[in-house]
Design a protein around this ligand. Sequence first.
Ligand SMILES: [Zn+2]
Length: 265
Amino acid sequence: MEHGSANEWMALTPWVMAAIFVATALAERPFAARAETATGLRRPATNLLLGILALLLAALVPVSLTAFAAWVGAAGHAPFALPPMPQAIAAIAALLLRSFSAYWAHRVSHRIGWLWRLHRVHHADTAIDATTGFRHHPVEQFVSFLFALPAIWLFALPPAAVAIAELVLIAAGIAEHANIRADGRGWRAAAWLFATPAVHLVHHSSRQAQTDSNYGSLFSVWDRLFGTWRDPATEPVERIGLGDAHDRDADRWQRQLLSPFVRDP
Ligand SMILES: [Zn+2]
């Protein structure tokens, strides 16, 4: 699909999500890093339901990064429009810029009150596995969306390249939550460049100093560059979640949906 259109790439989204989820879930059985503390179906069902609600909301709200990219391309006013290049190179450029934007969207979401209240739903999970990648407040996707707009506009990223970058980041967002042992030599080498499951696990610790680190999705290099890196080899994680009263309601999807908008318990 060298010359695949943005729509063709976007149509792959549910298939890519399903394939990565199944592959990750299968790998979790033989290679689990942590014993599951929350047993039963309620926790994974809550996570997957929140993911489905996010997809439904996205389908209802007619905004998309690829449509914005097409509009920018047609308008022709981008200050640093990329020269024509093969789709694969444009996709790598889009992926780097998109992950850079996502890093800052994520970091700001830990600092600004109302953004944290949305993002807190993701961190309220009391365990971590492939289903955690689906667990986001449905409104939160628009925060990441807003942060992605400047790079698309500045560099007039081609719509198909934007679509490919989205697909890769969606896949990484599921895989990096996998409950698999990722502390071998190969994994440690990969952690120099990528947010491996061990790297991202530190981010889900209930200790705030660890929660406020390793923000990168897909790439770990942004954390090294901007001073938020914590090496998983020297950062034991004792407990997953928020470690306060929010954990109690972690598996109640209605409470999670309302939690950004009601007074804290
Ligand atoms: Zn976070």
